[in-house]
Design a protein around this ligand. Structure first.
Ligand SMILES: Cc1ncc(COP(=O)(O)O)c(C=O)c1O
Length: 421
């Protein structure tokens, strides 16, 4: 064979190999759920990017939660992951709780003002100035001396809070953050806890011991080949029990029946069904299940939150600017580049889910103005149809679209404002 002919055979062989390993066509249409939503939105939607909250699906998630967190345990709703007063109110009513975990001073102030009957525990230790701002903004019937627990991680921060209590002539309830294995701060030894407890005990008119908070999401996320889940759960409980025993033995006068022993979060709350130590479990994200919560511990939960955005332009295969030859090559190779859609907005922390088989184009790049999505010839989508995306997390994404579009039975039934920042 001549060198030219060898070259031709090698090139043809390579091309055949590339074609044989090309991506499979994963395009499709809407499933019945999203088809109905698309029709509703085409008729009554706002024709701009919006966030859909499905109450039927939220109810399903609340039922799963209620079956798991039973008396004498209490469910505490995480406000940052469900940042809307009407949504929190709905959850209070349907999940039978008035407990909130709060993470941001403006959210805390809105909860105190609008959910006056709530019991709030901070989910992170706030700078003392932020606590001071909360008291300055406070009005209405919410009584922080009874209804609020500040989270304290160090003796130094406790000292700042004690000084604040002196200035405000208040008695602050102090919950102590403990490190149960996550290593995100909090008390890590009994010597530090002792300093905190001594300070509380020495200032009974200004400070009250309110309990512990030990957060453990790593338990659901460490891969099983690295460490067994059973041993992680055992470690969390052993550490937690050690601190509880310490207070009960060394400072029994600080213990009372109002003490809150808080722990867990969406990834782990269902692992506490047989636990008898903790009495207060925090859950937020699992009630709407963004994609980061597609975990084995949350299998019975269903996604209840979707971004819906209209298609502005629908066309043929993806064309990369200035690189038509590459576009043709990629189009030949990848059937999922057969169609191009530009959507209203984009670049959210979210993944396209409907219709099936839509993908971001990494070569064209991302855009928060009008983002390119590609799909195969089988993707059923035209201008003014809606693309649906599942947020990867709820807390940041839920604040980006204005009012939530509340849906039941496939129809828009309400508009719920989200927290002011
Ligand atoms: C202290 C604490 N508890 C609980 C949670 C659980 O929140 P979610 O259920 O939304 O994951 C978090 C989340 O960051 C947290 O920081």
């Amino acid at each position: 064979m001549t060198p030219g002919r060898i070259g031709f055979v090698v090139a043809a062989g390579l091309a055949a190999l590339c074609y044989a390993v090309r991506p499979r066509d994963d395009g499709g249409g809407y499933d019945p759920y999203f088809r109905a939503l698309n029709e509703t939105l085409r008729r009554n939607g706002p024709a701009r990017p919006s966030l859909i909250l499905d109450l039927d699906r939220l109810d399903q998630n609340i039922a799963v939660l209620r079956a798991s967190i039973r008396d004498p345990k209490h469910f505490r709703v995480v406000d940052k992951s469900l940042p809307s007063i009407p949504l929190l109110r709905y959850i209070f009513e349907h999940a039978g709780t008035n407990r909130v975990m709060s993470f941001h001073q403006p959210f805390l102030s809105q909860v105190a003002e609008q959910l006056e009957g709530s019991q709030v525990l901070l989910g992170k230790p706030m700078p003392v100035k932020s606590a001071e701002q909360f008291y300055a903004d406070l009005h209405g019937s919410f009584d922080p001396d009874r209804q609020l627990q500040w989270l304290i991680d160090t003796p130094e921060r406790l000292e700042e809070y004690r000084e604040l209590a002196e200035r405000l002539h208040r008695r602050l309830r102090i919950n102590v953050e403990i490190d149960v294995g996550l290593h995100r701060g909090g008390v890590q030894d009994t010597a530090t806890l002792e300093r905190i407890l001594v300070e509380i005990a020495a200032n009974p008119t200004r400070l009250e011991f309110a309990g512990f908070m030990g957060y453990d999401p790593h338990v659901a996320k460490v891969p099983s080949w690295a460490r067994s889940r059973a041993s992680l759960v055992h470690e969390v409980r052993t550490i937690y029990r050690g601190y509880v025993d310490y207070v009960q033995r060394r400072h029994p006068q600080l213990w009372n029946n109002r003490v809150t022993l808080n722990g867990a979060g969406s990834p782990t709350y269902r692992l506490y069904e047989d636990d008898t130590l903790l009495d207060d479990l925090s859950v937020g994200s699992a009630l709407v299940k963004p994609t980061d919560f597609d975990l084995d511990t949350l299998t019975p939960h269903v996604p209840a939150l979707f971004i819906a955005t209209p298609v502005l332009k629908a066309g043929a295969s993806a064309r990369l600017p200035g690189l038509d030859w590459l576009s043709r090559l990629l189009d030949w190779w990848n059937p999922n580049l057969a169609r191009t859609f530009f959507i209203y907005g984009g670049y959210w922390m979210a993944r396209p889910v409907a219709p099936a088989g839509l993908h971001n184009n990494r070569l064209f790049g991302r855009s928060s103005n009008q983002e390119m999505l590609n799909g195969s010839a089988r993707v059923e989508l035209g201008v003014d149809d809606y693309v649906f995306l599942r947020p990867t997390q709820s807390e940041a994404v839920m604040l980006q679209f204005g009012d939530l579009l509340v849906v039941r039975g496939g129809q828009i039934v309400d508009h719920w404002p989200v927290f002011k920042q």
